[in-house]
Design a protein around this ligand. Structure first.
Ligand code: ATP
Length: 354
């Protein structure tokens, strides 16, 4: 059942449209990410859910209640910002208690709830500290506890990990997800980091220029990007240009590449195929089709993976092979035969005509 419903929301600032006809139905307990490049409207959409901005048109509802015109402080929504935004003159305990005091809750209830929240974020020993006495990661956990203390209906997270260093970012990301699952709270998370979105979300909304490019599970978004923008934005991939042979076959530099799905491109017209580095195999294949020749330009040892940069049909293509301790990686300069399985080729829209 839909819990948070965003229907046809548009936001204009003066003459520019920053969120354009955005519609999304979020289930109760779902973890949704808004993902996209800087300026695509993620934060503006989040701020409209929070009530800090009003839509120019469209409606937003939570649990069947239309909240489009409701004041921010009456929406029962918790929000965490990139910059922590803790009250510097209040202790950790007082920061967490703040929302409960504003809501006029009884003193005994507030004390119990603060204790519960401190246990949840595993910082009970820091109750009397002030924000300046905490690390960035600790401050963000307190900000999370402060947002969750009044038992909001929806939790909004605006790039909450961006200001933290890599190691803390990773551990806090896991903590947030675990906590969200435990509480079953409907959550919207804004990020421009595709790896973050892929690892944490039930569904990802990929945004570009204020519009939704694609909405789907991390698996769907990664494996079946709907547009060239999504294909480019999510993960690493190589684009190989070819010419349609009609139906489900493409010619690349004299080699026949077969696809799983029939092409919607006339014979003789150009076709672009996107291929992930992990989908290119260096082993000889029994198939006569789906072979390509590539010259190794560079070999990067990444630990569990060895990434090859090759030139295939005049284009740079990346191919990942697993590290095997007894097999030395191939040498640059060597020409190798590559194989791509038809089901691993993502045909994307043909390049625009001049
Ligand atoms: P970032 O990741 O950089 O925060 P974003 O995807 O969250 O980007 P928004 O912050 O939503 O993008 O901004 C979208 C566009 O709207 C930007 O071009 C921004 O300059 C513009 N914008 C945001 N707030 C206002 C405002 N109050 N008045 C005018 N323009 C605004």
């Amino acid at each position: 059942m839909t819990f948070l419903n965003i229907a046809d929301v548009t936001k204009r600032f003066d003459t520019s449209t920053v969120v354009d006809d955005f519609s999304l139905a979020v289930e109760r307990g779902e973890f949704i990410s808004f993902l996209g490049p800087s300026g695509c409207g993620k934060t503006t959409m989040l701020r409209m859910i929070a009530g800090f901005e009003s839509p120019s048109s469209g409606r937003i509802a939570i649990d069947g209640e239309d909240i489009t015109a409701l004041q921010a402080n009456r929406r029962r929504i918790g929000m965490v910002f990139q910059s922590y935004a803790l009250f510097p003159n209040l202790s950790v305990g007082e920061n967490i208690a703040f929302g409960l005091q504003v809501a006029g809750r009884a003193k005994s209830e507030i004390a119990g709830r603060v204790e519960e929240m401190l246990a949840l974020i595993k910082l009970p020993h820091l109750v009397d500290r002030y924000p300046y006495q905490l690390s960035g990661g600790q401050q963000q956990r307190v900000a999370l506890a402060r947002a969750l203390a009044p038992q909001p209906r929806v939790l909004l997270l605006d790039e909450p990990l961006s200001a933290l260093d890599a190691k803390i970012r990773l551990s806090l990301r896991e903590e947030i997800r675990q906590l969200q699952r435990e509480l079953g709270i409907t959550t919207v998370f804004v990020t421009h980091d595709q790896e973050e979105a892929l690892s944490i979300s039930d569904r990802i909304v990929v945004m570009n220029g204020g519009r939704i490019e694609q909405c789907g599970t991390p698996f769907e978004i990664y494996n079946h990007p709907a547009t060239r923008f999504v294909a480019d934005f999510i993960g690493t991939l190589s684009l190989i240009e070819g010419v349609s042979n009609g139906d489900r076959s493409v010619c690349v530099d004299g080699h026949i590449i077969e696809l799983e799905q029939p092409l919607n491109v006339e014979k003789g017209r150009p076709v672009t195929m996107a291929i992930r580095p992990e989908s290119i195999k260096l082993e000889a294949s029994p198939d006569r089709t789906n072979r390509l020749e590539g010259r190794i330009e560079d070999v990067q040892f990444l630990g569990s993976i060895v990434r090859l940069r090759l030139v295939v049909a005049g284009t740079t293509v990346l191919a990942d092979t697993f590290n095997r301790p007894t097999v030395p990686p191939p040498e640059p300069g060597k020409t190798v035969t590559l194989h791509v399985n038809p089901r691993d080729i993502i045909p994307i829209d043909a390049p625009a005509e001049d």
